[in-house]
Design a protein around this ligand. Sequence first.
Ligand code: URA
Length: 477
Amino acid sequence: MMRKVVRSFDEWRDAARELVARRMAPEFVAWASSEEEGDLFSAAPAPPLATPSPAAPVLRLPRELMEMLASAACFSAVDRWAFLYKIIWRWQLGERDVVSAADQDGARLYAMVKAVRREEHDMHAYVRFRERKEEDGAPRFVAWFEPTHEVLPQVARHFARRMGNATWMIATPAAAVLWDGEHLHDAPSLLRSAADIEDAGEALWLTYYRSIFNPARLNADLLRSHIPSRFWKNLPEGAIVPAMISAAANGERRTGQTATVGRRDGATTIMVTAERAQPQRDEPDTLDQCRRCELWRNATQAVPGVGPKHARIMLVGEQPGDQEDLQGLPFVGPAGAVLDRALTAAGVVRDQVYLTNAVKHFKWELRGKRRLHKTPAQREISACHAWLEEELARVKPEVVVVLGATALKSVLNNGSATMSAVLDAPFEHEGRWVIAVYHPSYVLRAPDEESRQQAYEVIVAGLRRALTFIPAPARSG
Ligand code: URA
């Protein structure tokens, strides 16, 4: 069995070309991504390598196939290099079926490519940067993401094109990429979770800085007189740069980067030209621009209220959920389905009421691959209160149904308000009726059928009661 260690697609391609030329069949090659990786697929002893001769097969692959192989190489599977080699081996034998979805290997290849492209797309959509103080040496924006497949390099190129010359880093459990405003740098993974971003201090950023320092590109005089990169400018370079320059001069970093980084998969430095500047963030005069609290950073968009201009009933929920965040509409996810049921049971027409939330951005935390709702803090409810006030002033509802405690606190502008005092007991506030009921997701979370039903009945009763405060138009037939 011949063992081949390859750390990138380029290394695999070169090795694979050579092995094909030497007529080494897939069953005799054990592929690994690192020296440490076990030899999982070995069984057969390798035959002697043929010496390439003028008659040896020259591997010619169509560009589309090459692109598919490059994508599939990002798929996280321990046998991916072996599998890709099997594909090209069969191709050079003339088995064109190998790229057909009807072929078992072809089908797997397509599935891998599809999964990788989906992951790239998801990462483009869901990476959320948090802004950091540059004074502590951090890049200006830092994001954490846990990709299923190894798509970080191409995703980093995407963000490098989009984010202009603002410095940023994307960290994943396996690796990180830093953009210094001019170049992308591979870096080791020093963060372990999104929470680490908050805790990261100067020491961590210095470690990153050391790890991406590349003496192979070092112009010490220039570096001494002027640190060219924006990313470096706030570092205590007086201490760190001379030490690194002398370490480099002493040949300590023969590979040009730290051992850890040198061993990583993929290109070590990718030159990318900044194309677009980071958009400026103005004071908010539209909801979309709101930066009054930090929730905008991790949300896809702000979700405004919807409904008739002068609806007589306004329903106020807590905050958008996962579906609402993606669609930009309130109550379109599972809680919305419960609400729809309750509205119908109460005889209230959804289209005739105004639906909104106390907090307009989705607050969540990642659990595995899911974005789980997190209750907004009082400071976030207060920060968003102005938007609810604006809606109340504009729509002028006669009745406001508050769905849960967050909505109650916001409508009363009182962080101490509690549901138990007012549950299904209408009261007047600032010239309109307020009815407090449970939030629909309380129904979903209730531990058993009986409590689910009770909570649901409270919502239905509150909605019915809302109708009694106004004449007919908002009722359904
Ligand atoms: N929960 C809410 O409070 N509002 C929504 O829009 C969706 C779920």
